[in-house]
Design a protein around this ligand. Structure first.
Ligand SMILES: O=C(O)C1=C[C@@H](OP(=O)(O)O)[C@@H](O)[C@H](O)C1
Ligand SMILES: C=C(OP(=O)(O)O)C(=O)O
Length: 429
C-alpha cells in the first residue's frame, strides 16, 4: 500500500489550475463513440483508471481505440461489428462503467462476463439488472444478479416504460443505452434530477431522444454516428481545489475550464450559500456543456443544512463539503445522502472516521453527517479506504492541520485525478 506524508501549507495557495476532463462525460464519450459508425475524436479525455476501464471494455469488444495523452481516436464500426470477448471484462473500481456497460451488454447479441475489484463487487447492481430484466434481459449472478460478477446473455431487448426507484444517473443512462438498442420505444420516468450528460450527448451522436420534464423517451433500433467531442474540466475534481483555496489563509486560486452543467453545480451554490468568496468568470460552452473559470479566495464560512434535491447534484462532492464544514461557523447538517453508503466505500463512515482522526467534531447519521465548526485540525495518520474522493479530502485537509498528515493508500486517487498531487504541490509553491 502506498503512503504519502503531507505537510501543512506554510503560506497561501496561489495560481491557476486546469483540472482533468469530466469523468462522467469521458465514460459516455467512449461508449457512444465505440458504438458509433465512423471515427470519433475525443479531446481532454480523463485518463483516470475508471475511464480507462471503459476504454478497455470496448477494446475487448473489438473496437480500436488509440490514445495519445488525453486525446482518443475511436474507430467505430457500428453496433453490428462488435465482437464477443474471449475473456471476462474487468470493470475495476468503476461504478459508472459497471452500470452503463450493463445497459449495453444486455442488449447486444453477445455473451459476456464482467467483474470488478473488491469494492465494486460489493456495490448494488440490482438497480440496473431489475429494470433491464423488465426489458427482457438475461443477466446471471452467483445467486441472484445483485452484484458483480455478472454474466450477460445479450439479446434484443424490448422497449418498456420504467419508473426509476432510485435517483441515479448511472441507472438512467443504462436504461437509455439499452432503450436505444432495443426494439420499440423506452420511456424512463426519473424520480428527481440527476446529471444529464447522457441525454445531452445522445443527439450529438445522432440519436433521437425526447425529454419532457421527468420523462425521457428513446426510440429503439438506433445506430449512433461518430462525433468529435471536447470534454470540460471535472467540477467534482475542481471542488477539492475550491475548498483548498477557501480554507487555506491568504489564498487566491483560479480553476479554469470547469464544467458548470446545472445538474452538477450544487457544490458551487452550496459553498456560496456558506458565504464562500467564489466567483465565476469567462463563461462559455465546450460542446453543449457550460463551462467557466472559478476563482476562490480564502475567508470565513457559515454552517448550513444541505438536504433534498440538491444532494444528487453534489453527491460526489460531499466528502470535500464535509471538510469545508469543519471550518464553518455553526452546525452543518447533511441529510438525504444515504446513497453515500454504497459508493466506493461507505463514504459517510469514511468521512466521519478520517475527520474525527484529524480533530473535527463530526457525527455520522443514517443518511448523512452533522458537523460542528469551526474546529482546528491536527496531523494524524488517515486512510483512503481505497476511495479516491476520501484520499483527496484527506490531502486537502492536510493544508490546514497543525502538523503532517500521512495518507495510507494514496494511489486510489489515480481513479479520477492522476495528476492531483502535482497540482497540489504547484499551488503551494
Ligand atoms: O452517471 C455518472 O457518471 C455518475 C453518477 C453518480 O452515481 P449514481 O448514478 O449512482 O448516483 C456519481 O456518484 C458517479 O460518480 C458518476
Ligand atoms: C461514485 C463515484 O464513481 P463511480 O460510481 O463511477 O465508481 C465517484 O467518482 O465519486
Amino acid at each position: 500500500m502506498t503512503t504519502i506524508e503531507l505537510q501543512p501549507a506554510t503560506k497561501g495557495l496561489h495560481g491557476a489550475l486546469q483540472v482533468p476532463g469530466d469523468k462522467s462525460i469521458s465514460h459516455r464519450a467512449v461508449i457512444f463513440s465505440s458504438l458509433a459508425e465512423g471515427t470519433s475524436y475525443v479531446y481532454n479525455f480523463l485518463t483516470g483508471e475508471d475511464c480507462l476501464r471503459t476504454v478497455e471494455a470496448f477494446r475487448k469488444l473489438g473496437v480500436r481505440i488509440d490514445q495519445e495523452a488525453d486525446k482518443l481516436t475511436i474507430y467505430g464500426r457500428g453496433i453490428k461489428h462488435l465482437t464477443e470477448p474471449a475473456a471476462p471484462i474487468y470493470f475495476g473500481n468503476s461504478g459508472t462503467t459497471a452500470r452503463l456497460m450493463s445497459g449495453v451488454l444486455a442488449g447486444l447479441p453477445l455473451f459476456t462476463v464482467a467483474y470488478g475489484d473488491e469494492s465494486l463487487a460489493k456495490r448494488p447492481m440490482d438497480r440496473v439488472v431489475v429494470p433491464l430484466e423488465k426489458m427482457g434481459a438475461h443477466i446471471y449472478g452467483r445467486t441472484e444478479a445483485t452484484q458483480l460478477p455478472l454474466a450477460f446473455k445479450g439479446r434484443k431487448l424490448s422497449g418498456v416504460t420504467i419508473e426509476m426507484n432510485v435517483k441515479s444517473a448511472q441507472v438512467k443512462s443504462a436504461l437509455l443505452l439499452a432503450g436505444m438498442l432495443a426494439e420499440g420505444e423506452t420511456k424512463v420516468y426519473e424520480r428527481g434530477i440527476t446529471r444529464n450528460h447522457t441525454e445531452m450527448l445522445m443527439p450529438q451522436y445522432g440519436i433521437t431522444i425526447n425529454k419532457n420534464e421527468n420523462v425521457i423517451t428513446v426510440p429503439g433500433n438506433q445506430q449512433p454516428m461518430a462525433s468529435d467531442l471536447h470534454i470540460p474540466g471535472d467540477i467534482s475534481s475542481a471542488a477539492f481545489f475550491f475548498v483548498a483555496g477557501l480554507l487555506t489563509q491568504d489564498s487566491e486560486l483560479t480553476i479554469k475550464n470547469v464544467g458548470l452543467n446545472p445538474t452538477r453545480d450544487g457544490i458551487i451554490t452550496t459553498l456560496q450559500r456558506m458565504g464562500a468568496n467564489l466567483a465565476i468568470s469567462n463563461q462559455t460552452y465546450v460542446g453543449h456543456e457550460p463551462v467557466g473559470d472559478v476563482t476562490v479566495k480564502s475567508g470565513p464560512l457559515e454552517a448550513l443544512t444541505v438536504e433534498g434535491d440538491i444532494i444528487a447534484n453534489l453527491i460526489d462532492e460531499i466528502p470535500i463539503l464535509a471538510l469545508a464544514a469543519t471550518q464553518a461557523e455553526g452546525t452543518t447538517v447533511i441529510k438525504d445522502a444515504k446513497e453515500l453508503r454504497v459508493k466506493e466505500t461507505d463514504r459517510i463512515a469514511a468521512v466521519a472516521q478520517n475527520l474525527i482522526a484529524l480533530g473535527a467534531n463530526i457525527e455520522s447519521t443514517d443518511d448523512g453527517l452533522i458537523i460542528h465548526g469551526p474546529t482546528p485540525l491536527t496531523g494524524a495518520v488517515v486512510h483512503s479506504y481505497g476511495d479516491h474522493r476520501i484520499g483527496m479530502m484527506n490531502a486537502i485537509a492536510s493544508l490546514i492541520t497543525d502538523s503532517n498528515v500521512t495518507i495510507e493508500d494514496k494511489d486510489c486517487i489515480n481513479i479520477s485525478y492522476p495528476n492531483f498531487f502535482e497540482h497540489l504541490s504547484r499551488i503551494m509553491k
